[in-house]
Design a protein around this ligand. Structure first.
Ligand code: HEM
Length: 526
């Protein structure tokens, strides 16, 4: 009842004043739709009550109509971990009128997303993402599993293929990483430690902007602030809680009168699109290679170019910066592992007289394992990006119904004791026998995957290789020049950051804001 009150209280006064003109018909229609969807679901289940079909467990606590929507709390990842531990690798959630299937077993996820990729690669409709951000289904991330998506994805795969990254983007990645280290050391000295968030954000944004537009920003650049603001607003507007009518159709009227859609439209038309138009025009004139020029040989409209470049900037900024933020804060907790990695880097420098590039990564097995274990130990998202089923499939005795949203429970999967021995332990050595690039591991046999942060099947992240090069390069440069240490309080006592309570921000899992010291190494070899 409290939940219903919260929802009612959230109705803007503007709507309440105009209560009398609410179209009763639309409420009735929505209610009929809601109830009939539930009836359809139960009839469907009854018809399939075949002995061989196993019922997907549904966790206990849910509300009428809203289902599990309000049972997930502020840390949905943790709730889902607990439900998987109680009920097994596959669970079904009722999210208003939507059916969500959550999977935390990689083999089962592989069978759904990869073996049944032809019907398990669509995206569920999300109002902001589809209508506004993707200009009615353009681009890659949110577009339907159809011809346009395939064409855009192939174009992107060709412009960020490993060979292309090695040839064109290694140097910019290295120079952005060097600038990052200098800033982290400088800002640590200025105060008692630094919160690296904004520095990592600038680093990953600059890296992807250099590759996409041949352009990079300083902190002071007003366009850097505009870009960051646009990325942040995109995340906020795309959040599930902004899209309640998609789950509870009766709430459409609230959205209609709240003016939310006008705000979204305005943001895209008057802020995002003009900036991207300008960036694309400038990139075409700039000397050197960039994504925009590479996209020119494909047959895309201006709107498609805007959404594709926006997909690359949004997909390649917070993901990389959050993975690095976790890597650094974990280092602070594990000084022995940090020392071991630094020794490995120093040994390479002694032998070769230079910093290791990504192509020499197998000569630094401990560092490679650490990068992988960091992403396993603290994945950057509690969940993968949702897929939608285009047809019923039967997998391991479970029917995954057409129309269902299927999500990999990333946090739970990476803590699944059936997949990783002692999963709650940070143990970099666990990957010493799997030094393949994350890109190769993700595209190889399921049994040989290292971690699952990059998703699944036809929708798997196309940016794995460039992301991995960025992560490796920044990690190596930081540890070659500094040690990451906890800040100290007035009494000289170490203040270790909290790494056990990740904060949920949209699809991303962030460390609680923290400060650490990047202390310049007096024995650095470069
Ligand atoms: C640590 C870094 C990154 C992580 C963990 C990550 C993770 C993911 C995940 C989980 C998906 C969804 C996969 C699925 O639906 O099963 C995805 C999709 C995507 N990512 Fe990444 N990503 C990262 C970096 C990047 C970078 C650097 C770029 C671009 C340069 C990028 C561009 C994209 C795009 C365009 C898609 C949409 C693919 C599609 O729907 O077909 N990502 N990513």
């Amino acid at each position: 009842m409290d939940t219903i009150n919260i929802l009612i209280n959230s109705i803007p006064p503007r709507f309440l004043e105009r209560e009398k003109i609410v179209p009763v018909v639309s409420i009735a229609a929505a209610t009929v739709f809601l109830l009939s969807s539930h009836m359809w679901l139960s009839t469907y289940k009854d018809n399939k009550s075949d002995k061989e079909v196993k019922k997907i467990p549904i966790p206990g606590s849910r509300y009428p109509y809203f289902g599990h929507m309000f049972s997930l709390g502020t840390s949905p990842g943790e709730v889902i971990v607990a439900w998987h531990r109680e009920l097994g690798p596959i669970i079904e959630l009722r999210m208003g009128i939507q059916t969500w299937i959550m999977i935390d077993d990689p083999i089962l996820a592989h069978k759904v997303f990869v073996s049944n990729g032809a019907v398990a690669s669509n995206r569920p409709y999300m109002t902001f993402a589809h209508n506004h951000y993707a200009l009615k289904g353009k681009g890659i991330v949110f577009s339907a599993h159809a011809k346009n998506w395939k064409y855009a994805r192939e174009a992107v795969l060709s412009i960020i293929a490993p060979k292309v990254v090695d040839k064109n983007y290694i140097k910019p990645i290295q120079s952005e990483a060097a600038a990052l280290v200098d800033r982290l050391i400088e800002y640590s000295k200025k105060e008692n430690g630094v919160d690296p968030t904004v520095h990592l954000h600038l680093n990953s944004l600059n890296t992807i902007c250099r590759a996409a537009f041949g352009k990079h920003y300083s902190f002071e650049d007003p366009e850097f602030k505009t870009m960051s603001h646009i990325i942040e607003r995109t995340v906020v507007m795309g959040a599930m809680e902004q899209d309640i009518p998609n789950f509870i159709p009766i709430m459409t009227v609230v959205d209609y009168f709240s003016g939310k859609h006008a705000t979204m439209k305005n943001f895209i038309n008057n802020e995002r699109n003009p900036l991207y138009r300008k960036l694309i025009a400038e990139a075409l004139e700039r000397p050197g290679t960039n994504f925009v020029k590479s996209l020119d040989k494909f047959n895309f409209t201006v709107e498609e170019r805007i959404v594709i470049t926006s997909d690359l900037i949004n997909g390649g900024t917070d993901t990389v910066s959050v993975a690095l933020s976790w890597a650094f804060v974990i280092m602070c907790h594990y000084p022995l592992a940090q020392k071991k990695a630094a020794d490995e880097i120093d040994a390479f420098i002694k032998l070769n007289g230079r910093l290791p590039e990504f192509s020499k990564r197998t000569q630094l097995p401990y560092c490679v394992s650490m990068m992988k274990e960091g992403m396993r130990f603290r994945p950057i998202g509690a969940f993968g990006i949702p897929h939608k089923m285009d047809a019923d499939v039967l997998v391991d005795g479970y029917i995954i119904p057409k129309g269902a949203t299927v999500v990999s429970s990333m946090e739970s999967m990476h803590q699944n004791p059936d997949v990783f021995a002692e999963p709650l332990k940070y143990y970099p050595e666990r990957f010493m026998n799997n030094l393949k690039t994350m890109d190769a591991a993700a595209k190889g046999k399921i049994e040989e995957r290292d971690h699952f942060n990059f998703g699944w099947g036809r929708r798997m992240c196309p940016g794995i290789y460039i992301a991995e090069v960025e992560l490796f390069t920044s990690f190596i440069q930081v540890l070659s020049k500094c040690t990451i240490e906890p800040v100290r309080d007035a009494n000289g006592k170490e203040q270790l950051p909290d790494i056990d309570h990740p904060v949920t921000a949209g699809l991303i899992l962030l460390p609680i804001p923290y400060k650490v010291n990047f202390v310049e190494r007096t024995n650095s070899l470069i």
